[in-house]
Ligand binder design. Sequence first.
Ligand code: FAD
Length: 540
Amino acid sequence: MAQSQAKTIAIIGGGHNGLTAAAYLAAQGFAVEVFEKRDIIGGLCVTEVPFSKCGSKVKVSSVASYFGMMRKEIMADLSLEDHGLKPYLTDPIEIVLLDSSAGEEQFSFTPRDGGEAVAKIASATAADKAGWQAFWGDIQKAAALIYPRYLAPDLTQSEIVELLKKNGLDKIADHIFAGSLVDLLKQYLQSADLMAVAATCTPGFANLVGSVFGCIHHGTAETKGEFGAWGQVFGGMGAITEALAKAAQANGAKIHLGQAIKRLVVSKIDGVEKVSAIELADGSTREFDLVAVNADSYVLFEQLLAPTASTEAIRQYLKDNRPKVSAAKLHFLLKELPSLKTLRKIDHNHKGVIVMAPPLEAVVAASTQVPNGAMPDRLMMTMAFPTLEDQSMSDGDKPSQHVLTVDVHYVPARINGQAWSEADDQTLLDSTIQAIEAQCPEIRSLILDSYVVSPRALADDFNLASLSCWHLPMTPQYLFEKRTLPGCAHYETPFDNLFVCGAGTYPGGNVTAANGHNLAKHLIKKYSNSSTLTTAAKGR
Ligand SMILES: Cc1cc2nc3c(=O)[nH]c(=O)nc-3n(C[C@H](O)[C@H](O)[C@H](O)COP(=O)(O)OP(=O)(O)OC[C@H]3O[C@@H](n4cnc5c(N)ncnc54)[C@H](O)[C@@H]3O)c2cc1C
């Protein structure tokens, strides 16, 4: 314990960012307590056992399921591997399935090591293949330039553009905050089908501004020392947050589960507004010197804080910028491993990520349908069988059963202006199964049970009031210097002792842990005697 005058700090939310902040701050001698509303740690980065009602012990990564964005520096600082975090790479990495052309299967297949990537896409010419390599080479270079700065919240959009130009990445510089991925791809290739493959690499719509950054952000993934590679985690994504919780506890932090914070108590002393206490669901209050909120800003400003004049601009900003696009995750408990048509033909082992890419025109159509409250005509889906390579996720008593996990990339946050209903969940379930049937006509007969994490579950069960995967969208309007609350510096709020560290802060969403790390660094600088920093807390 390095700090002479330990400050008490409450962290609201036990998502991966809250836990990361807790681990760093506790290492520095802050007296940290984490309050998590759910009975399980992890927020969106969690492993659960959803099919116990039908007697199955299989586990699923309920919401986030792919590893790679977690910063390796944080993993090392907090000794997360010693606390049980074991990521792995799949072989192959991925296969992207497209609609067939003139009755011929179309796909792009990326092996892990050795063997060459194969693209069987009718419209792709030799020039396209060279353009494809050049495109991914440039995206990787851009990702490598940007990602080290995720751990220092001082990078601006114009600096990024300059940095890219200085490194000869002019095409990317011109499009990263001002163009679309489709516009950028047109500078490298002509095949619309190849563009449809690339369109699956950005979380947004490839024809809209912001999608280039989305592609680069995903390109910052690193698994087991392989830059650009996404992987998975033994034990599911919950193994990350369990390791973070252990690191925080080993450093002295206390973690309270099933402890919803109902309200922040604000007092005004000498004209300065301050959060003086937190109120728990049972009405009891606890006083802390500092409060950091991992829950999204919609929870903070619409649920936990009573409206005051000092928060009016922020509340209006949140109202005006309520995310219109969300995502969904579906888990299917299957009697046995299904066989997908294209995979069977090429003797694929069903490992790694299997992406179903809609044609580019369907992505373009979805980019207006979804923000306007309608389901897309065609679903963009990323699928995996996590039980295939990780025995700890399967039910040892029923080894033939498997889980198929499906990400539906974009769905409306609200359907025709209304919150998602049970009927909407059912529609999503039906259309997802129908989309899988294109590759596996017998899929319905294999499904024993299903678990749908729609925007309804994200709001009701995962306490994600924003309904956004990243607490705020990841478009230029909300990136880098613009990823702050109006009128506030990074991680700050209008209240002296109230801070934020969720995915809505710099550098943005996904399981990076950077936001929690950066908040901790900010507080350590603000409140600690820097000469007393521990190694873990100094670093970056
Ligand atoms: C469908 C979907 C798929 C995704 N897939 C991936 C993926 O594969 N890989 C990846 O890297 N990222 C993925 N993401 C994004 C990623 O999951 C998030 O960006 C990230 O997990 C956010 O972490 P966080 O710690 O900032 O917030 P959260 O995980 O949202 O944590 C906030 C916590 O605050 C708690 N809370 C809320 N209100 C209260 C209250 N009143 N009192 C106490 N606690 C409260 C919540 O219960 C929650 O635990 C996905 C997101 C979605 C929605």
